[in-house]
Design a protein around this ligand. Structure first.
Ligand SMILES: Cc1cc2nc3c(=O)[nH]c(=O)nc-3n(C[C@H](O)[C@H](O)[C@H](O)COP(=O)(O)OP(=O)(O)OC[C@H]3O[C@@H](n4cnc5c(N)ncnc54)[C@H](O)[C@@H]3O)c2cc1C
Length: 337
């Protein structure tokens, strides 16, 4: 366990932004994590997983702790279900493929989401009609100040749309070390209703899809829609889809009848932020090396040497224009550092 000074984070964030960490350490076990925290009680700390959900707008004046713990195992099973536990530093997509290879169902719709398993509860990741809260059982986390371990049940995580207790009430207080999921062993709930999954399966003449079929369909769709961060720096969806009260939405909808929307409850409507940004004229626009992806207006990109501040400025410009145009505030999903 080596602490490095003035460490470049360019290869540790999927935007590919150049920013320096005052200090950087990769930890490979809970014991190492405890030791580092004990030795740096009064230093500022910053927790880094796969760096796929952050925009670094400045150097990090803190000890950056990169969670790199590995390991996954079955901790319990019965005829119908299996409980699997993964260390926080495992790559999410590799973990998903590992579960599918054993015919464990529940995570297949979230194939190919970048980042680490330990970060998935932080924003309750989701895609194609599934969120991790649907299979999440609990996670363990270390208190940064006291180094005590605590188990968080699903209820205690206060999961919402791209939200959890870790982003709100106890932000920056805990480091998630392991996560447990409950997955199906048979009678899988195959969910192909969302997005283009059905069309993708039909294209391949698949009528009764298996877990791997769904995963492959999701992977193919994502690859066709989203830029690969290895080729074009980005952090996935930069903004959340705004949720409006139905009464407010109805007034806006009268002015913009072509506006796309989804009813999510009897009182709430979700509007696709990508549509708002596209209508506001930003899709495919480029400002120096910062820009908006040509196929997906929700994704801001780094064409090479953009600074985090430049990307942040573009995001603010988008927010202001969308607000002026539609009267709707769109909030960043990405963590702005
Ligand atoms: C191309 C692309 C597509 C994406 N698609 C999706 C999608 O479909 N759905 C979706 O939900 N997200 C998506 N994302 C966002 C991202 O992949 C997820 O949010 C992912 O869970 C972030 O994981 P990470 O390990 O990279 O987190 P990081 O970016 O390293 O960290 C994110 C936040 O969590 C904190 N954190 C990191 N590790 C821990 C820990 N162990 N304990 C406590 N806090 C921690 C960090 O301090 C930071 O505030 C996408 C990103 C990209 C680049």
């Amino acid at each position: 366990m080596e602490i490095q000074n003035n460490f470049s984070l360019k290869n540790y964030n999927t935007f590919g932004i150049e920013a320096k960490a005052k200090q950087f350490v990769a930890i490979h076990s809970n014991q190492e994590l405890k030791t580092v925290l004990e030795q740096h009680l009064t230093d500022k700390k910053f927790i880094l997983g796969g760096g796929s959900n952050m925009l670094l707008t400045k150097d990090i004046d803190a000890l950056v702790i990169h969670v790199d713990t590995k390991g996954r195992k079955i901790i319990e099973e019965n005829v119908d279900f299996v409980w699997v536990e993964s260390q926080a530093g495992e790559n999410w997509h590799e973990f998903v493929l590992w579960t599918i290879n054993q015919n464990f169902g529940g995570l297949e719709n979230m194939s190919l989401i970048p980042g680490n398993v330990g970060t998935t509860p932080v924003q309750n990741i989701g895609a194609y009609g599934t969120e991790i809260k649907d299979t999440f059982v609990s996670c363990q986390a270390m208190n940064i100040a006291t180094q005590e371990m605590r188990t968080f049940t699903k209820d205690e995580c206060h999961f919402g749309y791209r939200e959890s207790v870790f982003k709100n009430e106890i932000k920056d207080q805990y480091i998630i070390t392991t996560v447990v999921f409950k997955l199906s062993k048979r009678n899988h709930k195959i969910n192909t209703s969302y997005g283009d999954i059905t069309a993708e399966l039909e294209k391949n003449h698949i009528t009764t899809p298996s877990l791997i079929d769904v995963s492959n369909a999701v992977i193919a769709i994502r690859k066709s829609k989203l830029p690969d961060p290895k080729e074009l720096g980005n952090s996935g969806s930069f903004f959340k889809n705004p949720i409006l009260l139905k009464t407010d939405f109805e007034k806006i909808h009268l002015k913009f009848p072509e506006m796309k929307y989804y009813e999510i409850s009897s009182t709430e409507i979700k509007v696709p932020a990508g549509w708002l940004i596209e209508q506001a004229g930003f899709k495919g626009k480029r400002f120096g090396d910062a820009g908006i992806h040509k196929n997906q207006a929700l994704v801001l990109v780094n064409y090479g040497n953009a600074t985090g501040q430049e990307i942040l400025n573009v995001s603010r410009d988008i927010q202001e224009t969308v607000f002026k145009t539609f009267g709707i505030h769109i909030e960043a999903e990405v963590n702005i550092i």
